[in-house]
Design a protein around this ligand. Structure first.
Ligand code: WTA
Length: 632
């Protein structure tokens, strides 16, 4: 790797000789070329590194676009590759999971132990009547049992639907309803910031309105008093003691294209979309991306600080690391509890080597100053990562200098729930530019287009599209395949429209700017304005509402609401607080609005659609753009 690459413009961080010496991929350009020239050859070779009960007939069947079928005809189960195959090697005794609770309690699982508990719980689920193809909703804190529940569901061929524990009753209810789950797995509560998050109570409220649910399995985490409904609610620890919960359970053989999970994510309408990922392609995609991008090795202690309830957790806390046979680390609580050095203390104490987190966390910890990380030995770290939103160069450089001590390359990975795996991302030996996710992953090609579908010149903003299929691509939207075809593949036929605005520079590096639709990213969490608006209008005082995201120093974006009051209600600071609390109660504390403004009118098109773009421009004192369709 030449250190002086005169063609790269802007601020560039070249990989050190040490990074290059230790890297799996030294010549990324050669590999990129090879994958570009032979997409199916590249992915076929990756798939060969994993176990299949029956080999695929075809790496990629694209006869029914955009419903691409990867490894069609192949049979496997992602759990066979996450757990079963490691039992036959020395990795059986390797740590699979190291978990630390907010209070400092520690639990560790070897690959053997994790496999045993997953098998036990798989037998429990079977005894509860869960069959292949059934959906199981998981609503849990960050404890090992969430990993066990996901894997147990996959092992028996069921389809898990994890709902992030920071969501509240309406969000949970909508997701249970859409998935028609008969079983919900939860906990009495979780610890966050020294407080108990009442998960069971939220489940009780949601389930009351969901007639499909027959069984609720409750993990005891906090030990506080919760209501257990006879005949419906069971303690996890009681079930795991039953003779039927044996440590042996065959792993269901799945078709490559059979669904592994559904994960609800916000879109342009109020109804979240159930993004479906399948066993085979998804498995190969996340295995290869984690291997190449975070260069995971047996010596590593890898920490993805996300929550398993989001796609980042699905792909890169739970499945990816286990596919790679890695040791994965998980921490239950808040980064600042009890002090802002908690994360750095964890890195030192557990000798963590890879840290993958979101820009909002970095900005949040940056505020407390360098003295907190500087009190700790962070020398075990060798790679850092970022995900969820664009990282501002200032935060990138702080992360690089203060946490990585200038030694650790930062993998800024751009991807989505829908893509399942990293799409635009560096590998450790690539020259890095702060704020750019660099280039498409091996085999992928991206492009920036204008409204008419013409590529915009380098340096100009446009719509980000992906040109080639990839194995972890979503297989469908649950119960609504048409919506997938329409939403992602119709704007530019044959190309995947990501919903993001971006630029490309002269070096072919991509700079993601943000969403072009009604999705906002708050602290990296993906939220839909429509879902928030519907929570707002469920408040008795609110007649109409519009929600936009505005820049926020730490959160990236914050939720700003504009509400039209019903007759008889007057604006007041008390009402503003009440409305904010209403949203938090219904959707979750992470969805609490930053600001609620009461207005007399909302800007609308003549056909009655709220023009959020205009609200956004006004709030920021920017030109309103084309307002020719604006109603008088
Ligand atoms: C944004 C999260 C810039 C983007 C994995 C995308 C990013 C949305 C990055 C998907 C990044 C994610 N740089 N923006 N490295 N990573 N995004 O589905 O707007 O929660 O469309 O998946 O997050 O959010 P999701």
């Amino acid at each position: 790797m030449s250190e002086q690459r005169p063609t790269f413009e802007g601020e560039v961080f070249y990989p050190s000789a040490e990074v290059v010496a230790g890297a799996r991929v030294k010549d990324w350009e050669a590999l990129a070329r090879r994958a570009a020239n032979d997409l199916t050859g590249f992915w076929g070779a990756e798939a060969e590194e994993l176990e299949w009960t029956r080999k695929w007939d075809k790496v990629l069947d694209d006869s029914d676009k955009p419903f691409f079928k990867w490894f069609a005809g192949g049979q496997t189960n992602i759990v066979q590759n996450c757990l079963d195959r490691h039992q036959r090697t020395w990795r059986k005794n390797k740590l699979s999971l190291v978990w630390v609770g907010e209070k400092g309690d520690v639990r560790t699982y070897s690959y053997f132990a994790l496999n045993r508990d997953v098998s036990k719980f798989a037998n429990v689920l079977k005894a509860m009547g869960v069959r292949r193809g059934d959906r199981v909703t998981i609503y849990m804190p960050r404890v090992p049992e969430i990993v066990i529940a996901m894997l147990a569901s996959a092992k028996i061929g069921a389809v898990h639907s994890v709902v992030y524990g920071g969501f509240s009753v309406d969000a949970l209810q909508g997701r249970i309803e859409d998935s028609e789950s008969r079983v919900v797995i939860t906990a009495d509560g979780g610890f966050m910031n020294g407080k108990v998050v009442e998960l069971k109570r939220t489940v009780d409220d949601a389930v009351r309105r969901c007639p499909t649910v027959e069984t609720v399995i409750v993990v005891q985490r906090t030990g506080h008093e919760v209501k257990m409904e006879a005949g419906r609610d069971y303690w996890y620890h009681d079930l795991m003691k039953l003779p039927l919960a044996s440590g042996h359970c065959p792993t269901e053989v799945m078709e490559s294209t059979d669904p592994l999970y559904v994960l609800y994510t916000s879109g342009t309408t109020g109804k979240p979309k159930g993004i479906v990922h399948a066993h085979g392609g998804y498995m190969v995609g996340i295995y290869a991306t984690l291997k190449y991008v975070f260069d995971v090795k047996d010596e590593d202690r890898y920490w993805c600080a996300a929550d398993p309830g989001w796609v980042t957790g699905h792909s890169y806390i739970v499945y990816g690391p286990l596919l790679c046979g890695a040791t994965t680390f998980m921490y239950e609580g808040a980064p600042t509890y009890p002090y802002p050095n908690r994360w750095w203390h964890l890195v030192e104490k557990y000798g963590l080597t890879i840290l993958y987190t979101a820009p909002t966390a970095i900005r949040g910890l940056m505020r407390f100053g360098e003295s907190w990380p500087n009190r700790h030995d962070l020398s075990t770290l060798r790679l850092l990562g970022s995900v969820g939103e664009p990282i501002n160069p200032e935060a990138w450089k702080w992360y690089h200098r203060v946490i990585g001590k200038g030694r650790c390359p930062i993998m800024d990975t751009w991807w989505q729930t829908e893509t399942g795996m990293f799409m635009i991302t560096p590998v450790p030996t690539m020259p890095l530019k702060p704020g750019s996710a660099t280039r498409p992953f091996f085999g992928q090609e991206a492009e920036i287009l204008d409204d008419a579908g013409k590529p915009v010149p380098d340096g100009e903003e446009g719509y980000l599209v992906l040109k080639r299929p990839w194995p972890a691509m979503m297989s469908t939207i649950y119960k609504d395949p048409e919506r997938m075809a329409k939403q992602y593949w119709s704007k530019y036929p044959g190309k995947y429209t990501a919903g993001d605005a971006a630029k490309r520079d002269k070096d072919g590096y991509f700079w993601v700017i943000g969403r072009t639709d009604d999705v906002i990213k708050v602290s990296g969490y993906r939220l839909g304005t429509a879902e928030i608006e519907s929570a707002l209008v469920s408040h008795p005082a609110v007649a109409e509402a519009a929600v936009i995201g505005l820049p926020h120093e730490v959160k990236g974006q914050a939720i700003h609401c504009y509400c039209l009051l019903r007759q008889g209600f007057k604006p007041s600071p008390e009402l503003e607080d009440e409305v904010k609390q209403h949203v938090a109660t219904h959707l979750g504390p992470i969805v609490r609005p930053e600001k609620v403004t009461f207005v007399d009118a909302l800007p609308k098109t003549r056909s009655g659609k709220i023009m959020r773009r205009v609200l956004k421009a006004r709030a920021q004192g920017l030109p309103e753009g084309d307002v020719s369709t604006l109603e008088e």
